[in-house]
Design a binder for this molecule. Structure first.
Ligand SMILES: *Cc1c(COP(=O)(O)O)cnc(C)c1O
Length: 370
């Protein structure tokens, strides 16, 4: 590999003097969980209004120093991304459409008045971290779906309580080995339909991947839990009628006559998984529709058998069948959710096989990292 640069400058390398022992790493890789055990290194670069992006440093994973007046703590000027590195059977390590994540980070940055990070610098950061921590990228037997989750993020570190875009910004990249997102592996999830809360409104930040959107989804998540549900679904803010998405996953509906329907873009987050499914579904012979979806279409469609499957999708959980929709006053259950021969599970296998190198990547989606 040629020497990696970030913002035109070589990486500064500060190897971790106390990496995890092989025993500890092996124990974590054997049962990684999701998002709790991080690898030995992280990458950080600081941006200033005067100097732009400074050199990136690869250094030991560890706590950050943050001024109590750092703008992010007060005004939530923060964005993030999430993507995975997959170890293929031959030992090589790949990521799935990382340029799409880089482009989305740039779109999110524009919305949150943060500096954009060039796609080549985003890619260099990922390559540098994976090269340093390749021992943390788990092997994965079919069905295990283990991977190394990459979390790039950016936040306003300038200590200043005035309200304006911060003049000092940090970009960081951390990573952790992960197993299945929902404990218990792929199983149908139940969804609470929130009527008290919305996630995004026209002109808001719904299309940006920012922490604030997630903070606002937590109270509705608690409400979902109180109703015995795993996840919450939001409707549009204007009419409280059109299906948007879950707190962190996009939605799809399969109809009896072979159509695949997903809510159109506008206030929802444009998922890389969502876009990829649009492509794969057409190849599987489904007719794909991106349009407004009335909540009545979901409730009555499932009850009447017109909608045969509902599923949610996102990088973390890939594709997850939806077993039940619960609202204030009723519920509908999708029978056969998660059946092996369902469209949901066929799409899931197709996507996962590409990601793990078991199927030919005819779309040029995979990027080799190591
Ligand atoms: C990240 C995210 C998704 C899924 O996007 P992917 O690129 O498929 O991981 C969906 N909805 C929201 C709100 C998200 O933040």
């Amino acid at each position: 590999m040629s020497a990696l640069t970030f913002a035109g400058k070589p990486f500064q390398m500060t190897p971790n003097p106390h990496p995890a022992t092989a025993e500890r790493r092996a124990a974590i890789l054997a049962d990684p969980g999701f998002g709790k055990n991080f690898s030995d290194h992280m990458i950080q670069s600081t941006w200033t209004t005067e100097g732009g992006w400074g050199p990136a440093e690869l250094k030991p994973y560890g706590p950050l120093t943050l001024d109590p007046a750092a703008a992010v703590l007060h005004y939530a000027q923060e964005i993030f991304e999430g993507l995975k590195a997959y170890r293929h059977a031959d030992g090589s390590i790949w990521s799935f459409r990382p340029e799409a994540n880089a482009a989305r980070l740039q779109r999110s940055a524009r919305r949150l008045a943060l500096p954009e990070l060039a796609t080549e610098d985003f890619m260099a950061a990922i390559e540098a971290l994976v090269a340093a921590d390749c021992a943390w990228v788990p092997e994965s037997a079919p069905g295990q779906e283990r991977s190394y989750y990459l979390r790039p993020f950016m936040y306003a570190s300038e200590p200043f309580l005035g309200v304006r875009p911060a003049a000092t910004i940090e970009f960081l990249l951390i990573g952790c080995p992960v197993g299945s997102y929902f404990s218990g592996g792929v199983r149908p999830v139940s969804i609470w339909l929130s009527s008290a809360y919305t996630r995004a409104a026209r002109g808001g930040t719904g299309e940006a991947k920012c922490g604030g959107n997630y903070a606002a989804s937590l109270a509705p998540m608690l409400e979902a839990g109180e109703h015995g549900c795993d996840q919450v679904c939001f409707l549009d803010a204007a009419e409280n009628r059109w299906v948007e998405e879950l707190g962190g996953m996009n939605l799809y509906f399969v109809t009896r006559d072979g159509r695949l329907i997903t809510p159109e873009l506008g206030t929802i987050l444009e998922g890389v998984t969502r876009s990829s499914i649009l492509v794969l579904a057409k190849e599987l012979g489904l007719e794909v529709e991106e349009r407004k979806v009335d909540i009545a279409e979901w409730r009555e469609g499932v009850a009447g058998g017109e909608v045969t499957e509902v599923f949610a999708c996102g990088t973390a959980a890939v594709i997850t069948p939806v077993g039940k929709l619960v609202w204030d006053g009723g519920e509908v259950v999708s029978r056969n959710a998660g059946a092996e021969d369902s469209v949901t599970m066929r799409l899931r296998r197709t996507l996962v096989d590409i990601q793990y190198g078991r199927a030919t990547d005819t779309h040029g989606w995979m990027r080799r990292l190591a």
